[in-house]
Ligand binder design. Structure first.
Ligand code: ATP
Ligand code: MG
Length: 394
């Protein structure tokens, strides 16, 4: 047996020896039934967080509000959560309060889909209170109890349904699907960060085209801030995509909205790739493009081009990168410093423009990387730019 599963069983038996009820629950059990690998093992128990904290040596309180303690055993970590019932839901999102319970049923009935409410213990026997095994057999995603109520309690479940379509290729059970259609406006109440996490998982699943098609059919795609046409395009692709690729393609065909919140780094990368895609989809990558954008962004832009049916330039890009005459502005034989020494010019903007011209000429092999030749060109350009910009200096 896998050491990780054995470690989880060790936690169950520690809890049981102290008189508590404990099971493996949720995604791990679902994936176990489906015989697909899963790395996260969640445990649910009648022990309160304080009791769990006192029973294990290496523990950390991770979500006391929701009753979660992380237990570290061997090289693994496990989320151990106390059986709970959820109080009133606020703003179609998280419950305002949670109440601990002694009943496994209470804990399972608050979960989202029947296939996610299975439990298992050391006997490896799966227990099923909501016909989740039947739904798995028929490849159906079905909410536990009334779908309209369940989506009104927590609208994120709408997107989670599509996430599981994308992961497993299942269908959404008709009543659940109908409730998604009627409750889809609630998506606008979900924090954008949570929407993005689900969307990323949808993009990265093996059945993303099917999930996105269902989002279009139910009108959910119109609730995703400008992405509708982009999502439509994604359904026509025939290869797996990463989350960044998914967003970039969605923005190429859809519309950008400031609602989307990326880190500065990812935001810059997305914009860089959108520009690169525009200039390289029909034209070839040249050495100056590869130099200015660097290898990895060029490869990503090329991958986007390929996904969208444009020609594959990967070999060319790698070849250009291997053979760049200048890898860094410092490799120029004539530098900004030389301009400062040879002229009275102090204006940084002019120097930067001239250096860009030098880089372009050398990298594109219009000029050799030779001090005298670059010097002659640079001084001429300085004079021209000073004339054009009508300014001697500060
Ligand atoms: P994955 O393999 O993608 O991680 P998972 O089923 O483990 O799938 P998680 O988001 O890790 O999904 O959630 C763990 C479990 O918690 C779910 O299986 C489900 O039982 C429950 N759950 C998570 N989010 C919700 C929710 N919004 N509403 C109700 N139950 C939820
Ligand atoms: Mg999980």
């Amino acid at each position: 047996m896998k050491k990780q599963l054995q470690s989880a069983f060790d936690i169950l038996s520690t809890l049981k020896k102290s008189g508590y009820d404990a099971y493996i629950v949720g995604g791990y059990v679902r994936d176990h039934v489906l015989d697909i690998p899963s790395n996260d093992i969640d445990i649910t128990t009648s022990a309160t967080p304080d009791e769990v904290l006192s029973l294990f040596k290496r523990v950390k309180e991770t979500g006391k509000k929701y009753g979660t303690v992380t237990v570290f055993l061997n090289e693994y970590q496990f989320e151990v959560t106390t059986f709970r019932t959820d109080g009133e839901y606020q703003d179609n999102r998280r419950p305002s309060t949670v109440t601990y319970s002694q009943s496994i049923y209470d804990d399972l009935v608050r979960r989202d889909f029947t296939m996610n409410a299975l439990i298992m213990d050391e006997s490896l026997e799966v227990r099923d209170y909501f016909l989740g095994l039947d739904d798995i057999k028929h490849k159906l995603i079905r909410t536990i109890e009334n779908p309209t109520n369940r989506f009104q309690e927590d609208a994120l479940r709408i997107l989670r349904a599509f996430r599981f379509v994308s992961k497993l290729g299942f269908d959404i059970e008709p009543n659940t699907l109908a409730a998604i259609e009627t409750e889809k406006d609630l998506i606008e109440t979900i924090a954008i960060e949570r929407v993005m996490i689900e969307l990323e998982k949808i993009f990265e699943g093996p059945y993303y085209q099917k999930a996105i098609q269902l989002m279009i059919d139910t009108g959910v795609s119109f609730k995703l801030y400008g992405l509708h046409l982009g999502l439509l395009k994604l359904t026509t692709l025939d290869q797996p995509i990463t989350k960044v690729e998914g967003f970039i393609i969605a923005f190429i065909y859809g519309e950008w909205s400031p609602k989307w919140r990326f880190s500065n780094k990812v935001y810059r990368l997305i914009n860089q790739i959108l520009d690169l895609h525009e200039v390289t989809k029909e034209d070839v990558f040249n050495p100056f493009i590869v130099f200015s954008n660097e290898l990895e962004p060029c490869l990503l832009a090329n991958r986007i081009n390929v996904l969208l049916g444009y020609h594959d330039q990967e070999k060319l890009i790698r070849n250009i990168d291997d053979n760049l005459l200048v890898k860094d502005v410092c490799d120029l034989k004539f530098k900004g410093q030389d301009i400062l020494e040879l002229t009275t010019l102090k204006k940084r903007s002019i120097i930067a423009l001239v250096i860009d011209d030098l880089l372009f000429n050398v990298i594109m092999k219009i000029m050799p990387n030779d001090y005298d030749i670059l010097k002659e060109f640079a001084l001429k350009r300085v004079a021209e730019l000073q004339n054009e910009m009508g300014e001697l200096d500060e």
